[in-house]
Design a protein around this ligand. Structure first.
Ligand SMILES: Nc1ccn([C@@H]2O[C@H](COP(=O)(O)OP(=O)(O)OP(=O)(O)O)[C@@H](O)[C@H]2O)c(=O)n1
Ligand SMILES: C[C@](O)(CO)[C@H](O)COP(=O)(O)O
Length: 243
């Protein structure tokens, strides 16, 4: 799939995995919990390692976890050079550290705890960024969303047709994202995703419809969902082998 229009040298991935997973509440950081036979982060890295349009990968993790991540990378036989570096106190800081290690002109930022992203979704997100300047994967929200004040009263019910739940990867020109991070830092702004920093610079971000399978493993119930998703994926692969 790598071709003259999309050489692998043009795209790099920053995979962030330096969080503490406070909402998961486990002693072990959630990105290192086992999903079937492998740590979650290994499942996530494998999707990017296999992707033909991604040339560089930087894994950002806790300073105390760098060595064991390097050991897993060796153990699982990834084919690409994966740099492992320590992150920062907030997700935004971790992404920034990762960006500084990349040289490719395009970057895809991905949460280490979204192991179910597909190769096709990575391609769609990257190609949309090249076409539109920046892009994010997302799904339309299924629930009615209400804005609620500090006293617990509803203040607004935004039209659901305009609401999307934003996922990763999020893809940008690396120079744009670096500038957006520097500007946010200098203005004391912390966002929950990278697109919000680029949006603040007045740049358009294209939303690409992804899938509801691309969950972010955040709370304990997500682990059960992830296990059953993986089991079903493996069963359907076994079915393919038999036929
Ligand atoms: N300082 C941080 C915080 C988060 N992340 C990463 O950003 C991704 C999405 O963040 P989230 O799900 O919020 O992870 P945590 O911050 O670990 O979770 P929590 O907010 O429950 O503590 C995760 O892969 C997480 O490891 C990071 O690299 N550096
Ligand atoms: C970037 C992100 O995955 C988009 O949904 C998300 O905002 C990051 O997670 P967090 O829990 O808000 O840190």
């Amino acid at each position: 799939m790598e071709n003259e229009y999309f050489p692998a040298a043009d795209a790099g991935a920053v995979i962030v995995a330096a969080g503490r997973g406070s909402r998961m509440g486990t002693k072990e950081s959630k990105q290192f919990l086992m999903l079937e036979d492998k740590p979650i982060i290994v499942h996530t890295l494998a999707v990017f390692d296999r992707h033909p349009l991604i040339g560089e990968i930087v894994l950002v993790t806790g300073a105390q976890d760098v060595d064991r991540c390097k050991a897993w990378i060796a153990e699982y036989g990834f084919t690409k050079q994966i740099k492992v570096i320590p992150g920062g106190a907030e997700r935004q800081h971790s992404v920034y550290q990762g960006l500084a290690e990349l040289s490719a002109p395009w970057v895809l930022v991905h949460d280490g705890v979204r192991p179910f992203v597909t190769s096709r979704e990575i391609t769609s997100c990257y190609k949309a960024a090249v076409e539109h300047g920046a892009s994010v994967l997302a799904v339309p929200v299924k629930d009615t969303v209400k804005q609620v004040n500090a006293e617990g009263y509803v203040t607004a019910t935004p039209d659901r047709r305009s609401l999307w739940a934003i996922q990763t990867p999020q893809a940008f020109r690396r120079s744009d994202l670096l500038l957006a991070h520097k500007q946010a830092e200098s203005e004391g702004f912390t966002g929950t995703d990278d697109a919000s920093l680029v949006e603040r610079m007045g740049k358009a971000v294209k939303v690409i419809e992804g899938g509801y399978h691309n969950i972010k493993i955040t709370t304990p119930e997500d682990l059960g969902i992830a296990e059953s998703m993986l089991r079903r994926m493996n069963e359907s692969k076994e079915g393919e082998d038999v036929s």
